[in-house]
Design a protein around this ligand. Sequence first.
Ligand SMILES: NC(=O)c1ccc[n+]([C@@H]2O[C@H](COP(=O)([O-])OP(=O)(O)OC[C@H]3O[C@@H](n4cnc5c(N)ncnc54)[C@H](O)[C@@H]3O)[C@@H](O)[C@H]2O)c1
Ligand SMILES: CC(C)[C@H](C(=O)O)[C@@H](O)C(=O)O
Ligand SMILES: [Mg+2]
Length: 358
Amino acid sequence: MSKKILVLAGDGIGPEIVGEAVKVIGVLQREYGLDVELDSALLGGCAVDASGEPYPAATQAKARAADAVLLGAVGGPQYDTLPRPQRPERGLLAIRKDLNLFANLRPAMVYPQLAAASSLKPELVAGLDILIVRELTGDIYFGEPRGIEQRNGERVGFNTMIYSESEIRRIVRVAFEAARKRGGRVCSIDKMNVLETTQLWRDVAEEVARDYADVSLSHMLVDNAAMQLVRNPKQFDVMVTGNIFGDILSDEASMLTGSIGMLPSASLDEHGKGMYEPIHGSAPDIAGKGVANPLATILSVAMMLRYSLERADLAERVERAVSRVLDQGLRTADIWSAGCEKVGTVAMGAAVLAALAD
Ligand SMILES: NC(=O)c1ccc[n+]([C@@H]2O[C@H](COP(=O)([O-])OP(=O)(O)OC[C@H]3O[C@@H](n4cnc5c(N)ncnc54)[C@H](O)[C@@H]3O)[C@@H](O)[C@H]2O)c1
Ligand SMILES: CC(C)[C@H](C(=O)O)[C@@H](O)C(=O)O
Ligand SMILES: [Mg+2]
């Protein structure tokens, strides 16, 4: 039976980059026997515009019924003054929570062709291949109480950082399982010197490690981890951390690879259902200009093929095609360097389509 993919283009550059990724899926369907049905729905600002809600019931029903979801990005300055429940980002958090997508895999890999595009020296990043495993449905993002209120004659803002041991255990297990198939090393990132939540995180990580004699576990405080990522990023194999630290560290790691426009992600539940999206946002500063890099979204399709559609062969085909267009010297503006050919979103997508046959 065909698998169902729900496409949520979202806002800003979302429709531009998702357009190219959907063309890739189309070629895989027509020429490589990928058996999927595509449907689409609204999430984020476009959904607010249409229905007043960022995660409408119609989208929820389709998302629950889908085997995998492909998302562009949501948000934009025009929505930043809306009441919080109507903000596009709330829609994104709601779909992650609703589908129980607790395991966010954010690989940061440096393509050899792009080592010079990194903001670090090429020798520091050449060959870099790290996996950030970010918990996605807990932490300060979802903790209650939260709010802004008057206390003693002034406004105070507050959020709650909270993790249960079962939430920590299941994400740390994901990291250990991934490490087993890679370099065999997990570094757990916390702030246990200050925060009780992350003391528990460290304790549970140690407990999980007892079941994985073949994988080594180390710990690092998050401030040091942020520094080590730019000092010597190749020391890491798998990094596992909570929602807020993972958000920040994965954007930092993206620049090691040349551009945030290169980093895909998979957000998975316990059963292999997933949502796939680039880690970047809706990039309002370049939306509508046809210059956004579609490769993170196309590489997110590769992750979907691997994790939700059981087509690792096609995932490799897509990843090879991306590497091939980089070999050809084609670059969107964010990864451009002297001597390369600058192309826009559609031309980059077309080049990947052509390279699929290689
Ligand atoms: N998953 C998501 O949907 C998601 C993620 C992050 C931010 N956002 C939202 O996106 C909006 C903009 O946020 P921001 O500006 O902080 O982050 P952003 O990631 O959208 O943009 C940061 C910078 O990176 C550039 N950039 C991002 N993606 C690119 C691509 N594919 N090609 C070339 N350049 C790219 C942008 O032009 C910008 O200069 C906000 O509303 C934010 O909430 C959404
Ligand atoms: C838009 C925002 C809610 C989101 C997050 O913080 O998780 C984004 O930054 C991401 O990394 O996917
Ligand atoms: Mg982020």
